[in-house]
Design a binder for this molecule. Structure first.
Ligand code: HSE
Length: 441
């Protein structure tokens, strides 16, 4: 059966031509890709006129050898064997990391191979050189799998949405974080239990702190900003807050006010400048993004030709494997690489707007003593900073030790004014615990 799947010989008369590819890494995504190359071989042939064969797989640990050989591929331990093999037209980097993976991709591009990668950390943190190198060498650098797994967003931004001049994007881009928040909200699970489940289900990064600290979503946001706005927002300057700050108490208050807490990746163009960040925020229950649950991802794009929402699986072997496969197929279907969707891959650096100046409604929760005048004093500080209050909840009992929670929803105000008011309330000694602040979408 494997012989039939991978004939290991040039195509004969009447048979489709074959495209030999190599993988570097054979973990979750590589194995999903191998399964799809096998299961979808007929539709691949009909769409591209070719049969795809995984010829070789670079392994870094012998424990993968048997799995590689089971798909009829050759397991190699020296990456040069892949790059020196003239049969191999496309190499898929599915290892992750920013050290060896970078060298491998640079050498693959220099060797004239088309490259496909799922490595958002590498592309976001210092990937612009790779795009320039790919452009100079005239090869494809496919990265559909790097953003939101099985949701097609890279190709649509380059092609189907190219007629819509985009002005804002809003995403739930990390399945692990969304899964954890969903489990905490719907089942009352604690953070650690929900994270353990996400890891077991294969959603989390090898280092899950990238997921829960918002860094994985930030990597993806930088890639989307390049594709949507044609500028490079330096990753190191992106404001990022993760979900480790989210408490069951704030999830419960948010629900009481009619909101869900979601980890959002947000960017918009204001007068040609980019305002962007990753942060947990309150999303009104009626919004589509509020109902994106579990490990699903979603991206809302809005431009001068109207809004579009994409929703689907953001992680996992088959969804992400399918994105890699689509990029491999694109190397067959499209002659001219168009890796970032712009004629010139050398994008200018974004002019950045300070996220603290962004205006929105806010949720602010204090832990305060249950004493006369406290509410008046805090409301006074808010008024001193021109922050107008919309709703207030005060609970007489809580699990917050000696204090009680006092929660404000504000009218529109700049985040900077809210931060200053919070610091002043704390400086006046009016609080007994950590103050929490969320933007409201
Ligand atoms: N760890 C990522 C997530 C998977 O949870 O969304 C793919 O990027």
């Amino acid at each position: 059966m494997l012989e039939e799947q991978h004939p290991g010989r040039p195509a004969g008369p009447g048979q489709p031509q074959r495209l030999d590819i190599a993988l570097a890494g054979f973990g979750t995504v590589g194995q999903g890709l191998a399964r799809l190359v096998h299961e979808n071989r007929e539709s691949i042939r009909r769409r591209t006129g070719k049969e795809i064969r995984i010829k070789s797989v670079l392994i870094r640990s012998e424990h993968r050898r048997a799995a590689v050989e089971a798909i009829g591929a050759r397991a190699v331990t020296d990456y040069r064997e892949l790059l020196d093999d003239p049969d191999i037209a496309v190499v898929c980097e599915l290892m992750g990391g920013t050290g060896f993976a970078r060298r491998f991709l640079e050498e693959a591009i220099a060797a004239g191979k088309h490259v496909v990668t799922a490595n958002k950390a590498l592309l976001a943190e210092n990937g612009m050189d790779l795009f320039a190198q790919a452009q100079a060498r005239g090869v494809h650098l496919g990265f559909e799998a790097s953003v939101a797994g099985g949701i097609p967003v890279v190709q649509p931004l380059k092609e189907a949405l190219a007629g819509n001049r985009l002005q804002s994007l809003l995403g739930i881009l990390n399945g692990t974080a969304n899964y954890i928040l969903t489990e905490m909200t719907d089942k009352g699970l604690d953070f650690g239990t929900a994270l353990g489940q996400a890891q077991q289900l294969g959603y989390a990064e090898a280092d899950p702190t990238l997921d829960i600290q918002g860094i994985d979503a930030a990597h993806k946001l930088v890639l989307l900003i390049r594709l949507a706005f044609g500028v490079d927002y330096p990753f190191a300057q992106l404001p990022v807050t993760g979900i480790t700050v989210v408490t069951p108490m704030d999830i419960a208050f948010a629900r009481e006010f009619g909101f869900r807490i979601k980890l959002l990746a947000q960017a918009r163009l204001v007068d040609g400048k980019v305002e962007a960040g990753v942060y947990p925020a309150l999303v009104p229950e009626g919004y589509l993004l509020a109902s994106v649950s579990g490990a699903y991802n979603a991206i809302r794009l809005e431009g001068n030709a109207g809004p579009v929402v994409l929703h689907g699986r953001g992680a996992g072997d088959m969804p992400t494997g399918s994105a890699v496969l689509a990029d491999v197929m694109a190397t067959i279907r499209h002659d001219a690489p168009d890796n970032l969707g712009f004629v010139d891959s050398r994008l200018p650096e974004a002019e950045i707007l300070d996220l603290d100046d962004a205006v929105s409604e806010h949720y602010v929760r204090f832990i305060v003593p249950d004493a006369p005048g406290v509410l008046r004093d805090i409301a006074g500080v808010m008024a001193d900073h021109a922050i107008s209050l919309q709703q207030v909840i005060q609970k007489s009992r809580s699990d917050a030790g000696e204090g009680i929670p006092l929660v404000f929803l504000t009218h529109e105000a700049a985040a900077d004014a809210v931060h200053k008011a919070m610091r002043q309330v704390e400086a006046l000694g009016l609080t007994l615990g950590t103050t929490m602040h969320y933007r409201i979408l």
